[in-house]
Write a protein that binds this ligand. Structure first.
Ligand SMILES: Nc1ncnc2c1ncn2[C@@H]1O[C@H](COP(=O)(O)OP(=O)(O)OP(=O)(O)O)[C@@H](O)[C@H]1O
Ligand SMILES: [Mg+2]
Length: 363
């Protein structure tokens, strides 16, 4: 897809959109949190906890490229928020000793924005496009060509006399991140040489992450204290780190600074993160589903309106966790509460309530 020279000039530094959310267990990062996160990010593949499969696969891709003296294939990282996509993108650049350029899908509104970025790249640079599923169509088409042929078409002039001049781009590695791999058009997905799917973390992995972060933040904590935080972190390192910081506050103000089991419990109860990691939004979703809609089935949009949240938030933050933990099932006719959901709310399930392991269905 060609773009205009003047669009090039108009293109501005890409920026990240901030998805501010007030919830303690929202998986997205909030404003100030980014600085803290930067300090806690693993800097090499060896430092990454968990994700053994992706780590091994990616390690091989990078090592092979290093041995051949080539830039690695384009990499797509997919998975729910807060599992380490940005962290891995930074590690790819660090492991290749290459500069990292950051942008995001929503920041690339015109093909020219992308062309400006691409034409400024040097050989071997790593370009990280966060939320790549939210890029504009024309930019996406330009990216196809850039990824495959390391070339973009610059259009000089306007109207019938306009000519497209191909511009070569030095070989680079694109790292795309998406929370919604399903939304990526096939042609784009196919141009990535490697796709890493990040999975939710196991409690023992989160335990290691909590200890590692505590070490970096200078927080003293006991084994049981760490385990309590890990078990309420809904499989997500970002949440584990955030809960650790809140528990640290509590320990500092209300106790002697040491994060013990009772301190972690009391702090997390105070912040309304329940023992299974459900927060207000999760409970609100289940509550509305059971009390107002009799357990469903109900559509996700209706559910979102009923709890006063964006559909995306319910769909990308609350739902995956609730489904994974067997509280909610997706059926062709909508979301239904499982027997576990009724009992978690202290309600008795109507006869015929779904079980988490049945009727799982992708819409
Ligand atoms: N495997 C890991 N080991 C240790 N810490 C991790 C790991 N993965 C993520 N983290 C921590 O979790 C935080 C969030 O990770 P990151 O920003 O990479 O998530 P993300 O997948 O890019 O999220 P988003 O979709 O919101 O952009 C980081 O600050 C990092 O410290
Ligand atoms: Mg990220």
């Amino acid at each position: 897809m060609p773009f205009h020279e003047d669009e090039l000039e108009a293109a501005e530094e890409a920026h990240f959109e901030s998805l501010a959310t007030p919830s303690l267990t929202a998986a997205e990062a909030e404003g100030d949190e980014r600085a803290v996160e930067a300090a806690l990010r693993p800097r090499s593949l060896d430092e990454v906890v968990g994700q053994a499969r992706v780590r091994a696969q990616l390690g091989l891709v990078l090592e092979a490229a290093r041995q051949r003296g080539r830039t690695p294939d384009h990499v797509l990282l997919s998975g729910p928020p807060g599992l380490g996509k940005t962290t891995l993108a930074m590690i790819i650049a660090a492991e290749m000793s290459s500069p990292l350029r950051l942008t995001s899908g929503p920041a690339i509104t015109h093909a020219g924005d992308l062309a400006a970025i691409l034409s400024g790249m040097n050989e071997g640079d790593v370009l990280f496009v966060d939320e790549i599923h939210r890029m504009s169509r024309p930019a996406e088409e330009m990216l196809y060509m850039a990824m495959e042929d390391f070339r973009v078409d610059v259009v000089i002039g306007k109207g019938p006399g306009a000519t497209a001049i191909p511009l070569d781009i030095p070989p680079f590695t694109l790292v795309g991140a998406t929370t919604r791999a399903g939304l990526l058009p096939g042609p784009l997905r196919d141009r990535f040489g490697f796709t890493g799917h990040l999975e939710f973390y196991e409690p023992d992995e989160l335990d290691l992450i909590v200890r590692r972060s505590a070490g970096l933040l200078g927080v003293e904590l006991t084994d049981e204290g760490a385990a309590e935080i890990a078990s309420r972190s809904r499989g997500t390192p970002r949440i584990a780190n955030r809960l650790l910081r809140r528990v640290r506050d509590y320990a500092q103000v209300k106790a002697d600074g040491i994060v013990t089991h009772p301190v972690a419990q009391a702090a997390l109860d105070l912040y309304e993160v329940d023992p299974l990691g459900l927060d207000r939004l999760d409970r609100a979703v289940l509550d509305v589903l059971c009390r107002r809609f009799g357990g469903g089935p109900v559509g996700i949009s209706t559910l979102a309106v009923a709890v006063g949240e964006e559909r995306e938030t319910v769909e990308e933050v609350a739902e995956p966790f609730l489904v994974r933990n067997g509280f909610l099932a997706r059926t062709p006719r909508g979301r239904v509460a499982t027997a576990a959901a009724w009992s978690h709310l202290g309600l008795s399930a109507p006869p015929g309530a779904a079980f988490g392991d049945e009727a799982l269905f992708d819409e």
